[in-house]
Design a protein around this ligand. Structure first.
Ligand SMILES: [Zn+2]
Length: 357
């Protein structure tokens, strides 16, 4: 048998969380986690006013009682100026580890600060609203727009389902939609692989698809005020994070539906939350791919998540423009939206058929 003598040059790096605690009452595990991963210095807890009351205070008490020096910063939005403030304040504190306690924005600020400062990051989510709680990307807003930036993968995730179940139901179903929308991200990834030879990982895709299908099939079990529902969604958010870790990028969980989500957020900030925008995006994207978009729409409807732009006070014209131009947001990420603007008529038609406008 001939052995190929060409030099083998492939390489890949994967970073995974080392400890994942998910379930009822897991917060006290912050103490052994810090013991394992912090070599020296003090702990910075990045949280918000509300999330401090939900879990930040308890984290601070658990760590202080264990003899650690703890600094708490209550931040607001995930933007450049807040990020700079955190890093400025942390400069003289010899920080050895950062804990992010909160929903999306506090986790984003914490993981980006940890990345910039070169210290381990622990994610303590208080809202199950999107897959950022277990991913190495942070959405940080600059003067004009929100950009997804490279950040630290959490060294540990402590997701207390009791605390997460206290978040408004809107966040839970949005988190489920963010994972279900992996299905269109995967179609886009395969398309980019076929047309542009973009590197594709079938193991990452299999995990991402499994997570999405689990929630699609069990969408009737995503219910308000039920801790088991939080468990169901959080597990698949973590699986989605694992898929991104294997791929080394967000491809398994972010395609055309996310481009539309970002476009909606930019044109109408705060009208809808990320997972709701992803739900709208995934339905129209599945339609463009020629897939069974009604299956997605039905699952969202079972969870009580509307995909109608009017329900979020987003004007039709805004959604049409967003769909036409969403490809511009990340030109290097090839998707079904293509490389040119979609005509207004075609965008309007796709949005009308799918019931988004
Ligand atoms: Zn997302």
């Amino acid at each position: 048998m001939m052995i190929c003598e060409m030099e083998f040059e492939k390489f890949k790096t994967m970073q995974f969380p080392r400890d994942v605690y998910v379930g009822h009452g897991v917060l006290p595990n912050i103490v052994p986690v810090v013991g394992r991963y912090m070599r020296a210095g003090s702990i910075l807890v990045v949280t918000g006013n509300i999330t401090y009351n939900l879990a930040g205070r308890e984290i601070e008490a658990l760590l202080t009682d264990s003899g650690y020096s703890v600094h708490v910063i209550k931040a607001d939005k995930a933007d450049i100026s807040n990020l700079k403030n955190i890093e400025e304040e942390a400069r003289d504190l010899s920080i050895g580890l950062i804990v992010g306690v909160g929903g999306g924005t506090k986790i984003d600020l914490a993981k980006k600060s940890a990345f910039d400062m070169g210290v381990p990051f622990v994610s303590v989510p208080t809202s199950p609203s999107h897959d950022g709680i277990a991913s190495p990307r942070a959405s940080i807003r600059n003067e004009k727009l929100t950009v997804s930036q490279e950040a630290s993968m959490p060294i540990a995730i402590i997701a207390d389902t009791y605390i997460l179940s206290k978040a408004p139901f809107r966040y839970l179903r949005a988190g489920a939609a963010d994972v279900i929308s992996n299905l269109t991200a995967l179609l886009d990834w395969k398309l980019a692989n076929r047309l542009h030879g973009e590197e594709y990982s079938s193991s990452a895709a299999a995990i991402s698809e499994y997570a999405a299908r689990e929630l699609l099939e069990k969408s009737h079990m995503v219910m308000e005020g039920v801790e088991e529902s939080v468990w169901l969604v959080t597990k698949q958010i973590l699986a989605s994070g694992t898929a991104m870790a294997i791929a080394g990028n967000s491809r398994p969980a972010s395609g055309s539906e996310h481009l539309l989500a970002h476009a909606l957020e930019m044109s109408n900030p705060g009208a809808s939350i990320h997972g709701e925008q992803c739900a709208m995006g995934s339905v129209v994207s599945m339609f463009l791919h020629g897939g069974e978009w009604q299956v997605l729409a039905n699952a969202y409807s079972r969870m009580g998540l509307s995909i109608r732009a009017k329900d979020y006070n987003i004007p039709d014209t805004v959604v049409i423009k967003a769909l036409s131009t969403a490809h511009r947001i990340r030109p290097e990420r090839y998707t079904i939206l293509g490389e040119k603007d979609i005509s207004t008529n075609a965008a309007e038609k796709a949005l009308e058929i799918t019931g988004i406008i």
